[in-house]
Design a protein around this ligand. Structure first.
Ligand code: RB5
Length: 156
């Protein structure tokens, strides 16, 4: 079975934590790419960095993405603006697991000013080890997708 492709990126508030998480996941032999949007676009802020990664998820270039900024909040907000992309902020292991199992999110965000590096690694491990569990969550995620489609089409 081929490995899923993962993208990671961060703003200038979170590049140290991003490097630690990237190296950690790379060592664990995940197929992870550091997009380094800021190295080509030094004036970029979290909205452009998060949008760049989210568009690549939308285009199926990557199956999952990890975005890190100061709080994780801005990155989640911008990633959720891209149709078909679902992102959530996680600063604990339980939420990270539920983010995939219940919400089927392809993007995990964290705040480098909120979590330490060891917890960030555990959060990534829990999220990457989880799959959408279906069952009762299928209906709820389907409703979210339906409402999202209506909203993006300007119907409501
Ligand atoms: C710093 O620009 C900070 O605002 C950013 O990293 C992030 O926390 C925003 O949500």
């Amino acid at each position: 079975m081929s490995k899923i492709k993962i993208a990671i990126d961060a703003d200038d508030a979170a590049s140290d934590l991003k490097n630690i998480v990237y190296e950690y996941l790379k060592k664990k032999e995940f197929d992870i790419t550091d997009l380094r949007f800021i190295s080509e676009n030094p004036d970029a802020h979290y909205p452009e960095i998060g949008y760049n990664l989210a568009k690549k998820i939308q285009n199926n270039e990557y199956a999952r993405g990890i975005l890190i900024c100061g709080t994780g909040l801005g990155m989640a907000m911008i990633a959720n603006k891209v149709e078909g992309v679902y992102a959530g902020v996680c600063h604990d292991v339980y939420s990270a697991e539920r983010l995939k199992k219940s919400n089927d999110a392809q993007v995990l965000t964290m705040g480098a000013r909120v979590v330490g590096s060891e917890l960030a690694k555990m959060i990534c491990d829990a999220w990457l080890a989880s799959e959408f569990s279906g069952g009762g969550s299928t209906t709820k995620v389907a409703i979210m997708r339906k409402l999202e489609k209506e909203s993006f089409q300007g119907k409501k």
